[in-house]
Ligand binder design. Structure first.
Ligand SMILES: NC(=O)c1ccc[n+]([C@@H]2O[C@H](COP(=O)([O-])OP(=O)(O)OC[C@H]3O[C@@H](n4cnc5c(N)ncnc54)[C@H](OP(=O)(O)O)[C@@H]3O)[C@@H](O)[C@H]2O)c1
Length: 321
């Protein structure tokens, strides 16, 4: 097997330098965290959704190099197998389509106990479409799919859940929990993505609150990767995208660095689950992992509960703590 996943070269990236005042994990002024600090992960198993590209494949590669068993939970098992074959270590592929509750339930039924679930898969700015279950696709895949998956697997997760949100949640001025399927308002794909990522963030926080209240030692983390020019930007076709894609290359960082916040939250024993972890430089688009800012709306606990109730009702998955 080859040694490493080949990721697309991103010609315009500048190498990040530590910034004075950057908030690094643990304490202000500490050295920037790097994946070299990940403790040996031998004997631990991770499930990574959407691991057949972008940040998911980088995450898989680093975890496998640290001795972990990684299950790549992917809808495209052909590319997943190709990537798995290039990674040294114990990497397996399993089929999971987050747009289809039958696929999610089958994946969960077949899954043995494991340590960490990384809710990484995502789609962005899609033209209006629905999942196989009839949900608007962006909140259906990004949020509801992961909500159902996590709920079905929770009793088999020994350690923690990491869910990827986004800086894009800042673009959601409000959350219409009663109409996330856009049945009673005009569909705006950028707004739908922002709201789906806000749902990821609120879900991760509410899950942590419920785990903590129930006395569980399991933890739930919300993270974001900053900006990285991955295939996430390949599905958008508006005129604005001609500006967005070069802009992301300019302000973002390589996928290998964008995965740091996920890797930090997934592996560091003392990572604080009440912190929203992400890059800390240039408005959170790049830089060392640290405490990220989030909107007041994303901290609204009443909304967390409403979203949770709506998600349980829509997915027919009831969490047991
Ligand atoms: N890149 C950024 O700048 C950025 C910024 C903020 C947040 N994020 C978040 O980071 C996460 C990873 O994104 P990325 O940048 O790595 O994008 P990416 O390269 O497009 O990877 C997304 C992955 O999700 C998978 N996926 C999509 N729909 C799925 C479904 N229905 N079922 C299962 N898997 C599905 C894709 O599989 P296919 O190959 O089958 O499509 C792909 O493997 C996403 O949650 C995204 O919202 C990224």
């Amino acid at each position: 097997m080859a040694n490493a996943i080949v990721t697309r070269p991103l010609a315009m990236h500048r190498q990040p330098r530590p910034l004075p005042g950057a908030i690094a994990p643990g304490s202000v002024g500490a050295m920037a965290w790097k994946p070299t600090e990940i403790p040996d992960q031998s004997g631990r198993t991770f499930v990574v959704t959407g691991a057949n590209g972008g940040l998911g494949s980088v995450t898989t590669e680093v975890l496998a190099a640290k001795g972990a068993t990684v299950i790549m939970a992917c809808r495209n098992t052909t590319t997943a197998q190709e990537i798995a074959a290039r990674i040294d270590g114990d990497v397996r592929v399993a089929e999971l389509d987050l747009s289809d509750s039958t696929s999610i339930r089958k994946f969960a039924d077949d899954c043995d106990a494991f340590d960490v679930l990384i809710n990484n898969a995502g789609v962005m700015n899609l033209p209006f479409s629905r999942t196989k279950d009839g949900f608007e696709a962006q909140w259906g895949i990004n949020h509801l799919g992961h909500f159902a998956l996590t709920g079905l697997l929770l009793d088999r997760i020994a350690d923690r859940v990491v869910t990827l949100a986004s800086i894009a949640h800042l673009m959601a001025p409000k959350l219409r929990v009663d109409d996330l399927d856009y049945e009673h308002r005009r569909y705006l794909r950028g707004l739908a993505y922002a709201q789906a990522k806000l749902c990821n963030l609120m879900f991760a926080r509410e899950l942590q609150r419920r785990l903590s209240d129930s006395g569980s030692a399991k933890r739930s983390y919300a993270v974001h990767p900053g900006a990285a020019a991955t295939d996430l930007f390949a599905h958008t076709e508006t005129p604005l995208d001609y500006v967005t894609k070069p802009f992301i290359r300019l302000v973002g960082h390589p996928p290998a660095m964008a995965a740091h916040s996920t890797l930090f939250a997934a592996t560091m024993p003392d990572a604080d689950p009440d912190v929203y972890w992400g890059p800390t430089r240039f408005f959170g688009t790049q830089g060392p992992v640290g405490k990220s800012s989030s909107t007041r709306l994303s901290k609204n606990k009443r909304l967390w509960e409403q979203l949770w109730a709506q998600s349980e009702q829509r997915t027919r998955v009831t969490y047991r703590f």
